[in-house]
Write a protein that binds this ligand. Structure first.
Ligand SMILES: C[S@@+](CC[C@H](N)C(=O)[O-])C[C@H]1O[C@@H](n2cnc3c(N)ncnc32)[C@H](O)[C@@H]1O
Ligand code: SF4
Ligand code: SF4
Length: 352
């Protein structure tokens, strides 16, 4: 099973400076009858999801526990600071985290995603310089979804000026930056121009990705976003759409020897499971059953102990036996028009 861990996704923090309407941190309330039925008394706007524990930061002790454990691959470990509900750069000690990981595992390679409109050019320069001077393999992705007149439509509250200052500082210090552009209806016409800007600024890569929300929903969410009420907490809508059984599961955990760490120190097989706990409904209920008796907190157990828990065997057996809705939805292989496909947002590049 998990003889070693080679991929560690770490949600360093659930703090963020942005208010992206599609993020799990929030519950957007639009004007459609669907919302009116679920929330008859609420005015349209962007509310906080009460199931997401925001502003938690992973401790340096947890990082130490992970990278000192025997089960982590010392020859090659890929550390993905992606997160589901936070921006890694918002962790007050993000630089110390990178330094500590590298000190404990000199072969660690990294991936970081950030909206880039936070902290200071000094910090971005420090990180760029750190990667270069330590000869580290990494991807550093700036999530910039448009140009000056459009990025803030989805990346609510993110300052364009700050992004540009931070990107310049990172690149000038020797950092290799990738621009990740999520396509929405309002920025679709700017993809080429953004790519040209990326090249002229010295970005080494430009990635174009489809947005999670359909056009109509996206428009509605964005239009309905009302800054005045984002501090009010409500539960996310329980959509509870039935998940059809897939043909089989092409897992993204065991096969790549990967785990996910939540800032509260809990260990999960993947970010999808972690995110499911922020969504009420049948999928979460199934996970709660699977997690019963699973001692998965790094504040109470070592990673070696957590990885020898019976949970992993139970989970592995479900994949062939009776996969849960989340595994079907996220890693299930389906057949459509004679072709095999998986959830395209997660594994767009899968070739079967
Ligand atoms: C939840 S974010 C967390 C990391 C960071 N705060 C960020 O936004 O880049 C994880 C990844 O999801 C992407 N993402 C955010 N909203 C998205 C959307 N509506 N559609 C597709 N990807 C999205 C982000 O750009 C990032 O690459
Ligand atoms: S920047 Fe990332 S973490 Fe922050 S609100 Fe947007 S998607 Fe969520
Ligand atoms: S959804 Fe299921 S199969 Fe896919 S990575 Fe997560 S635990 Fe593994």
């Amino acid at each position: 099973m998990y003889k070693k861990i080679s991929v560690i996704e770490i949600e360093s923090t659930t703090a963020c400076n942005s208010f992206c309407p599609g993020c799990i941190r929030y519950q957007p309330i639009g004007t459609k009858p669907f919302f009116k039925e679920k929330f008859p008394d609420l005015e349209p706007g962007l509310y906080r999801n009460s199931d997401t524990r925001i502003n938690q930061h992973i401790s340096l002790e947890n990082i130490r526990t992970i990278f000192e454990s025997k089960v982590v691959n010392t020859d090659e470990v890929f550390v993905d600071l992606i997160g589901t509900a936070g921006d890694p750069i918002a962790h007050p000690k993000i630089f110390e985290i990178l330094q500590l990981i590298k000190k404990l595992n000199s072969n660690a390679s990294f991936n970081i995603h950030t909206n880039a409109g936070l902290r200071t050019p000094k910090l971005f320069a420090q990180i760029g310089d750190f990667f270069k001077s330590t000869n580290t393999r990494y991807m550093f992705k700036f999530s910039i979804d448009g140009l000056e007149d459009t990025n803030h439509i989805y990346r609510r509250g993110v300052s364009w000026k700050k992004i540009i200052e931070n990107a310049k500082a990172f690149i000038d210090a020797g950092g290799e930056a990738t621009w990740q552009f999520i396509e929405f209806p309002w920025n679709r016409h700017q993809i080429k121009e953004a790519e040209q800007l990326a090249r002229s600024m010295g970005f080494v890569g430009f990635e174009h990705r489809r947005g999670w929300v359909t056009d109509e929903e996206a428009y509605e969410q964005v239009e309905s976003t009302n800054f005045g009420i984002f501090n009010k907490e409500i539960k996310k809508v329980d959509i509870n759409e039935p998940v059809p059984d897939s043909l089989y599961i092409k897992d993204d955990c065991f096969s790549k020897e990967g785990i996910f760490i939540n800032p509260d120190g809990t260990v999960h097989p993947c970010c999808m499971f972690n995110a499911e706990f922020a969504n009420p409904g049948e999928s979460r209920r199934q996970l709660e059953v699977l997690y019963k008796n699973f001692k998965n907190n790094l504040n109470e157990n070592t990673l070696d102990e957590i990885m020898s828990e019976n949970f992993w065997l139970l989970l592995k057996n479900t994949l062939t036996d009776k996969p849960c809705d989340t595994c079907h939805r996220m890693c299930g292989v389906y057949e459509k028009d004679g072709k095999r496909w998986v959830n395209e947002n997660i594994k767009a590049e899968l070739v079967l």
